[in-house]
Design a protein around this ligand. Structure first.
Ligand SMILES: Nc1ncnc2c1ncn2[C@@H]1O[C@H](COP(=O)(O)OP(=O)(O)OP(=O)(O)O)[C@@H](O)[C@H]1O
Ligand SMILES: [Mg+2]
Length: 373
C-alpha cells in the first residue's frame, strides 16, 4: 500500500519537473501565437473580401454564394464597352477580374422592382447547384444600385447561337450540339421541377435564357420571375404576370395558375427552335400564329415533315434523329397541360432519341412515307 502511494507521489514530482513541463509550455505558447495571428489575418481579409459574404464598406451590402474572390469596387466600375446586352431585368456586362484573371458576367438591375427580382434570384440561385443551372456568385447592393454576379458564358445564349452567321459554316451548331443542348437544358429544368423541394417553376424558359459555356454546355438563367411552387397558393400569382410571347402556354391566357407544365410547354417551343432553326414568332406563320401552329400544319407526310427541319443541319444521317426530337417537342406543346409530359419524362424521351444509342436494323422510319409522327 505504502509503496503504491510513494510511487504515485514520485510520478507527480516527475510530471511537475521542468524537464517535462518546459516543452509542453513552449508548445502551448506557440499554439496561442499562431491562433492569434490567424484571427488577426482573418479579420483583415474579412474587411476586404466578398467571398466571406461580409460588408466590405458600410455602404455596401454583399451576399456571396460561391467561393470566388471578388472586389466590390471592381464590380461596380462597369465599362460600357463591355456591355453584352440588356433585357427586361437589367444590363449585363462582361468583367475580367484583375485579381485572379477570371471572367464574370455582372447584371445591373433596372431601378424599380429590382428588390423583388434580387430576392427571387438570391433565394433560388443562391441555394441550388446543378451543372445546367447558371451559377450566381454574389449579389451587391448599394443605395439604389443592385448587381448580380454570375459565371460568364462564353458562347452567349442559345437564340444567338442558332441565328449567328458563321463564316464558311452553314450553322454554328450542328445537330449533335443541338441535341446535347436540348438534353442538358431538359436536365436543368427537370432538376428544378423534381429534385428541388419545394419545386421551382422557372416561368420564363426561352432560348435567350439558355446560356452556353465555352463547350456549349447549356445553363438555365434568369430566375427573376421564377416561383417556388409550394409557397404561392393557387391564384396568388395574378399580380405578377410572367413569360414571353411565343413561349407562353395557352392556358395562361385564361388562368394565372402557373404549374410545371407551363415550363414544359415553353421548353417544347425551345425544342422546336432547335429542330427547325426558326424563331417562335415569324410573319410566315400567319397573323397571330406561332411556331407550334406552323409545325402542326406540316405533319401529314414525311416530305412535309422534312420541310420543317432546319435545312442547315438536316443531313440524311441525322434526319430521323431530328424527327424524334420534333416528336418530343410536339408532345411538350400539347394544348392541354395534362397531356404534356413531365420534365423527367422529357429527359427520358430525349435520352431514348440519342443518336449514339444502338438502333435496331430497319429503325422506326416509315418507308411508305405515310403519316409520319
Ligand atoms: N452569365 C452570362 N454570361 C454571358 N452572357 C450573359 C450572361 N447573362 C446574360 N447574358 C447575356 O446578356 C444579354 C441580356 O440578358 P438578359 O437576361 O438581361 O436579357 P434577355 O435574356 O435578352 O431578355 P429577358 O430580360 O427577357 O430575359 C443576353 O444577350 C444574354 O445572353
Ligand atoms: Mg435573360
Amino acid at each position: 500500500m505504502e509503496s503504491t502511494v510513494t510511487k504515485g507521489l514520485c510520478k507527480i514530482d516527475w510530471f511537475c519537473s521542468p524537464s517535462y513541463c518546459l516543452p509542453w509550455l513552449l508548445l502551448l505558447a506557440g499554439l496561442l501565437v499562431v491562433s492569434y495571428r490567424n484571427f488577426m489575418f482573418g479579420e483583415h481579409y474579412a474587411g476586404k473580401d466578398l467571398k466571406r459574404g461580409k460588408e466590405i464598406d458600410p455602404k455596401w451590402k454583399i451576399e456571396s454564394f460561391h467561393p470566388v474572390e471578388l472586389d466590390a469596387e471592381e464590380i461596380c466600375d462597369l465599362d460600357e464597352d463591355n456591355l453584352i446586352g440588356s433585357g427586361g431585368t437589367g444590363k449585363v456586362y462582361r468583367l475580367d477580374l484583375k485579381k485572379n484573371g477570371g471572367t464574370v458576367a455582372v447584371k445591373q438591375l433596372w431601378k424599380g422592382n429590382e428588390v423583388k427580382l434580387l430576392a427571387a434570384e438570391m433565394e433560388i440561385l443562391g441555394k441550388i447547384r446543378h451543372r445546367n443551372i447558371l451559377k450566381l456568385f454574389a449579389c451587391l447592393m448599394k443605395s439604389g444600385s443592385n448587381f448580380l454576379v454570375f459565371e460568364y458564358m462564353e458562347n452567349g445564349n442559345l437564340f444567338q447561337a442558332l441565328h449567328r452567321q458563321i463564316k464558311g459554316r452553314q450553322s454554328e451548331l450542328d445537330w449533335q450540339q443541338r441535341y446535347r443542348i436540348a438534353l442538358g437544358a431538359a436536365k436543368g429544368i427537370a432538376y428544378l421541377h423534381h429534385d428541388c423541394s419545394p419545386a421551382i417553376i422557372h416561368r420564363d424558359i426561352k432560348s435567350t435564357n439558355i446560356l452556353l459555356d465555352e463547350d456549349y454546355e447549356p445553363k438555365i438563367a434568369d430566375f427573376g420571375v421564377a416561383k417556388i411552387a409550394e409557397k404561392s397558393p393557387v391564384g396568388s400569382n395574378s399580380c405578377c404576370f410572367a413569360g414571353t410571347h411565343g413561349y407562353l402556354a395557352p392556358e395562361l391566357a385564361y388562368t394565372f395558375k402557373v404549374t410545371e407544365k407551363s415550363d414544359v410547354y415553353s421548353f417544347g417551343v425551345v425544342l422546336l427552335e432547335l429542330v427547325t432553326g426558326r424563331r417562335p414568332i415569324e410573319e410566315q406563320y400567319g397573323d397571330g400564329k406561332d411556331i407550334v401552329y406552323w409545325v402542326l400544319t406540316h405533319l401529314n407526310d414525311r416530305e412535309s415533315v422534312l420541310e420543317v427541319l432546319d435545312q442547315k443541319v438536316a443531313t440524311d444521317s441525322v434526319q430521323d434523329d431530328m424527327i424524334k426530337v420534333l416528336k418530343v417537342a410536339i408532345i411538350c406543346t400539347a394544348t392541354l397541360p395534362s397531356l404534356r409530359p413531365t420534365m423527367r419524362d422529357v429527359v427520358k424521351m430525349l435520352i431514348d432519341a440519342d443518336p449514339c444509342t444502338f438502333r435496331s436494323p430497319g429503325g422506326n422510319s416509315d418507308k411508305n412515307g405515310k403519316l409520319f409522327l
